[in-house]
Design a protein around this ligand. Structure first.
Ligand code: SAH
Length: 226
């Protein structure tokens, strides 16, 4: 069974973009995950193929119509589809490594990319869309957010990063940020690799890394330690 991602968007030509490169793209070529794109405009019903309209109550911008969006969602995700339906949204719950891990363990995801001022609230309710944010800032559309989410999820699918690599030490996996990493050359612009890392003493290396992780987390992300 492989992870099946469906994306509903007004800009399918933006994909796969970064999702076609490196290990993520290779994972798709190996059949570990798949990406299907759906053009929202194909589900418009009027002569002008309109997908948006002015906001009820007035105000700037345009809102994606619920009927057009619902038709697109129903076409890619018929009743009984076990995959979660996600809406990329700055109002959503912030994406976490834990949620990425849950999604990676599941059958896939249906991802709706918003545009303009957003989406009619009724389709969010009626299709039970889970709003997910990639951070406290506002993008012009959900496409880059969907790519960020999928990239975080797909690299966790077994086989995508290759057998020997482990996620155990990574940032957020233990509730802390990752320790500093070094590689050759031994001397770079007068800076040495910390001696403990070349000592061959695995216990000491372990202890140093744990201490550095904690120090970094305390300085940069004290919220993670709470
Ligand atoms: N008026 C909305 C923002 C609309 S931005 C508000 O204030 O909440 C247009 C679209 O970009 C959104 O529908 C969403 O799909 C996407 N988007 C913008 N910022 C995002 C973020 N931080 N995370 C996820 N998606 C985002």
């Amino acid at each position: 069974m492989s992870f099946a991602a469906d994306i509903v968007t007004l800009f399918p030509e933006l994909f796969p973009g970064p999702l076609g490169a490196s290990v993520i793209g290779r994972g798709a070529a190996q059949g570990l995950w798949s990406l299907r794109l759906t053009q929202l405009r194909d589900f418009a019903t009027d002569r002008h193929r309109s997908v948006d309209d002015t906001p009820a109550g007035g105000g700037a911008g345009m809102v994606l119509r619920p009927d057009v969006l619902a038709a697109a969602i129903d076409a890619v995700s018929p009743p009984g589809d076990p995959r979660p339906r996600l809406l990329m949204s700055p109002r959503g719950r912030p994406l976490t490594q834990a949620r990425a891990r849950e999604l990676a363990a599941g059958p896939g995801a249906v991802i709706v990319c918003g545009r303009f001022e957003g989406v009619d609230e009724r389709v969010i309710e009626a299709r039970q869309l889970e709003e997910i944010s990639i951070g406290d800032y506002v993008l012009a559309g959900g496409e880059v957010a969907a790519m960020a989410l999928l990239e975080a999820v797909v690299r966790l699918i077994p086989g995508v990063l290759g057998g020997e690599e482990s996620h155990a030490d990574e940032s957020f996996e233990n509730g802390v940020l990752e320790y500093p990493q070094y590689t050759r050359p031994q001397l770079f612009e007068g800076r040495e690799i910390p001696a403990v890392l070349t000592s061959g003493d695995h216990g000491k290396v372990e202890k140093w890394r744990r201490a550095e992780s904690e120090k970094l987390t305390r300085a940069r992300r004290p919220d993670l330690l709470k």
